[in-house]
Ligand binder design. Structure first.
Ligand SMILES: [Zn+2]
Length: 421
């Protein structure tokens, strides 16, 4: 692999581990939640490294942290790279943080090299991607992309304490201001590309013995609840022909979720992971059942078809039994395709590694999905070395993979910073 600027592996690994353990949970793993004291402590640490590197730090009105390295043409649209800085409850040191620390190391090494480059380079640490306490997901990037209502922080509450997000933000400080949420929206014209390095969180790369892969697309996600309404009756007294059995219809639809996903192709996911049955008694026919459905698919047409096909099945199964039904959609993110020019950029940056031609789909959602709606987006996945585990204390990516991925990211950022308009 050609390295115009060599990163500092020791610095990268030491810092990742230092900041990664801030918010250590006595039950195991790391619980570093947005706007909490441990999060602030980690941000202070990050700000110190940004300053030490001679980069310019900025915190926006919701708490996203930026580091900027000016280029020869400060007015040219910048290249942005980063990931999220929060964790799930009892999470690991790599989810999100790998991409933040990778981007910081890239900018630090490029700055140290003194190599001239045209465009500014920016690192971003997104806040509240995991949304562990204030639900919603990818909050920081949504705010940057202008996808949240201005009064959002005045309605959302902490899922355990009930505290308003606006109050939590004020307590957090650091220049964060819930009444100025709209000011965190960035001008898409000020940026030419976004690159996110992230751990895979599955076994795909591990099983293929590949240290990393370039992502082709972040699969579209549809999540919704279907509620089936029938009539409760005696399990013995009511003849089969006279029933309005909500659970029997739900069972048929659950089976259809699996079969539709299987029929769609090997890269489709369909999951029912939640069911609620009323009255949930062994001798009463269920009158009300709610199930969750989660579909993930990278192809736009197939992604739409999964939903419409399931609605047809639901209608048919309910008609058969004389039921009514409703759907409540909770997430509807169409597939986010990585920009061809950024896939090519990453491929060139990884030339010589032997895996530069490999592509994979991301099935988990990422901040990159939001960013792709306003600027070209590219993604790099690192191998999850411990059985593919993530969102748990066992989450691990090796130092070698972390270093290799960060070097590829650095090569890509440097190349992109010299792009012509
Ligand atoms: Zn993540």
């Amino acid at each position: 692999m050609k390295e115009c600027v060599k990163i500092n592996p020791e610095r990268l690994w030491t810092r990742l581990n230092e900041v990664g353990h801030i918010g250590s949970d006595p039950r195991g793993g790391v619980s570093r939640f947005a706007w909490e004291p441990a999060y602030r402590e980690a941000v202070v640490c990050l700000l110190r490294w940004i300053e030490e590197a001679g980069l310019t730090a900025r915190i926006d009105t919701v708490g996203n942290v930026f580091a900027r390295l000016e280029g020869a043409e400060p007015q040219a649209p910048a290249v942005l790279s980063g990931s999220h800085f929060d964790t799930v409850p009892q999470g690991g040191c790599f989810d999100g943080l790998a991409g933040v620390m990778g981007a910081l190391e890239a900018l630090t090494a490029i700055k140290e090299s003194g190599l001239p480059h045209r465009r500014p380079l920016e690192m971003v640490a997104f806040i509240n991607e995991e949304a562990s306490q204030f639900l919603g997901g990818t909050f920081g990037s949504k705010a940057m992309c202008g996808m949240l209502p201005d009064d959002y922080a005045f309605h959302l509450r902490h899922r355990q304490s009930g505290q308003l997000l606006s109050d939590a933000m004020r307590e957090y400080g650091m220049g964060v201001d819930p009444s100025r949420l709209a000011e965190s929206k960035i001008d898409p014209q000020a940026y030419c590309a976004f690159l996110e390095m992230h751990i895979e969180q599955g076994r795909y790369l591990l099983d293929r013995e590949k240290p990393f892969s370039i992502v082709s697309c972040v699969a579209g996600i549809k999540q919704f609840y279907i509620t089936f309404l029938g009539k409760a009756a005696h399990a013995g007294g009511m003849a089969m022909a006279d029933r309005h059995d909500a659970l029997a219809a739900a069972a048929a639809v659950i089976t259809a979720v699996e079969s539709l996903a299987r029929r769609c192709g090997p890269d489709t996911r369909g999951t029912v992971g939640y069911i609620s049955v009323s009255p949930c008694e062994h001798n009463i026919i269920a009158d009300s059942v709610t199930i969750s459905v989660d579909f993930r698919e990278a192809d736009d047409e197939k992604w739409e078809a999964l939903y419409t096909d399931l609605m047809e099945v639901t209608q048919r199964e309910c008609e058969k039994r004389g039921l009514t039904w409703t759907v409540n959609s909770t997430c509807n993110l169409k597939p986010a395709h990585c920009a061809p020019e950024l896939i090519q950029l990453l491929e060139e940056a990884a030339a010589g590694t032997g895996v530069e031609k490999d592509r994979m789909i991301s099935f988990p959602a990422h901040d990159s999905m939001n960013m792709s709606r306003i600027m070209p987006m590219g993604m790099l996945f690192l191998r999850s070395s411990n059985d593919g585990l993530s969102h748990c204390p066992e989450e691990f990516t090796t130092r070698e993979d972390m270093v290799l991925g960060t070097q590829v990211l650095t090569n890509a950022l440097l190349a992109a910073s010299n792009w012509a308009d």
